[in-house]
Ligand binder design. Structure first.
Ligand code: ATP
Ligand code: MG
Ligand code: FE
Length: 338
């Protein structure tokens, strides 16, 4: 079964083809960063227009790259939410229309389920059950995963998501949007100088809060001359605080659930310092740990094609409606396999 995956939830237009037995066949991505960077963040209307412009050419490209024709495609998976409504509707309407034209089933996929399952695209995939840490632009979630769709929320951010905290801190340091990866680059020049708080680690529980860390960062920046070295030292301290906070919470989640497999996904999981801290902890605990390859940490079509393929194979399909949900709690997903 060849499944075409479509991702248009935010500022990446991405497509891929995944085959149930052969694995990932092809994938392409167009990033809208240049469109939005002048505004310092994503402009929803511009995002929708760009998706309209790019999606069909990308679908053609992916089919061609896979040395396939439209007749070979057996199902379509698209991101139905959460995300920007206008952006989601481009993917939903295109997927629904193509499925109708080609006479094949279509399924609306939850974007965070896509991120969660991205490590399954690698050669040595994790086995259920596991603890998942999803850290992205809009989410910070700790989840106990017992199968596809079987997600028990253990903890979440009470305010900013991890990626959002990276991006806002980067902005304070004068770095252009999206600042997360640029802050990580700047931190390479930084040294151990400031000690930032590790929010909510001194009390029990698995929730996160990053807005206090942001304020602390701003105050620290303002207490310096803001030389390039000052900024690099702040970036270093911020990144280290994030890495240690996330690691403490993961260790706690593993202890609480008694599980010994950890999966990390979402854009922030591309961060090398965070990976290093989590790898060290996992090694010390004898925990197996899994990450997607860096390009599948951030938004991509492959994770949507993979997640959709699992659901289509289980017989799930969308009816004729154009289904999109800008807000969509993961707990509402149906359990597909254990
Ligand atoms: P969501 O998935 O919650 O809807 P999103 O799709 O916008 O949000 P992703 O594409 O998963 O988020 O990830 C983008 C986020 O990851 C941005 O906040 C970006 O700054 C952050 N990010 C990407 N690479 C790195 C990195 N190396 N270090 C820190 N943050 C990073
Ligand atoms: Mg993005
Ligand atoms: Fe995402």
């Amino acid at each position: 079964m060849y499944v075409l995956g479509i991702e248009t939830s935010c500022d990446e237009t991405a497509t891929a083809i995944y085959h149930a037995e052969k694995g990932l066949i092809s994938h392409t991505l167009y990033s809208q960063i240049e469109t939005h960077s002048a505004y310092g963040g994503v402009v929803p209307e511009l995002a929708s227009r760009d998706h309209i412009r790019k999606l069909v050419p990308l679908i053609k490209q992916t089919i061609q790259d896979g040395k396939l024709t439209p007749h070979d495609i057996n199902g379509i998976a698209y991101t139905a939410g959460p995300g920007l409504m206008g952006a989601l509707l481009v993917g939903a309407a295109t997927a629904r229309s193509l499925a109708w034209t080609w006479g094949i089933p279509v399924i609306g996929v939850h974007h965070m389920e896509g991120h969660l399952l991205a490590p399954m695209l690698e050669d040595n995939p994790p086995q259920f059950p596991f603890v998942a840490l999803l850290i992205s632009g809009g989410h910070s979630l700790l989840i106990a995963v017992t199968g596809i769709g079987a997600y028990q929320l253990l903890g979440e951010s009470l305010d900013d998501a991890a990626g959002e905290a990276f991006d806002k801190t980067a902005k304070m340091l004068g770095l252009p949007y999206p600042g997360g990866p640029k802050l990580a680059k700047l931190a390479e020049q930084g040294q151990e100088r400031f000690k930032f708080p590790r929010p909510m680690t001194d009390r029990p529980g698995l929730d996160f809060s990053f807005s206090g860390l942001k304020t602390y960062t701003l105050n620290t920046i303002n207490s310096t001359e803001q030389t390039p070295q000052d900024k690099a030292d702040v970036a270093y301290a911020f990144q280290k605080a994030m890495a240690e906070t996330l690691t403490i919470k993961c260790r706690r989640a593993l202890e609480q659930t008694g599980l010994n497999t950890l999966v990390i996904a979402g854009g922030v999981s591309a961060n090398q310092e965070i990976r290093r801290h989590l790898l060290d902890m996992a090694q010390a605990q004898g925990t197996r740990i899994y990450f997607p390859r860096p390009e599948f940490c951030t938004d991509n079509g492959a994770m949507i094609a993979y997640a959709g393929c699992q659901r289509l194979r289980a017989g799930q399909t969308q009816n004729l409606e154009i289904f999109a949900r800008p807000r969509w709690p993961m707990a509402e997903l149906t359990v597909t396999s254990h």
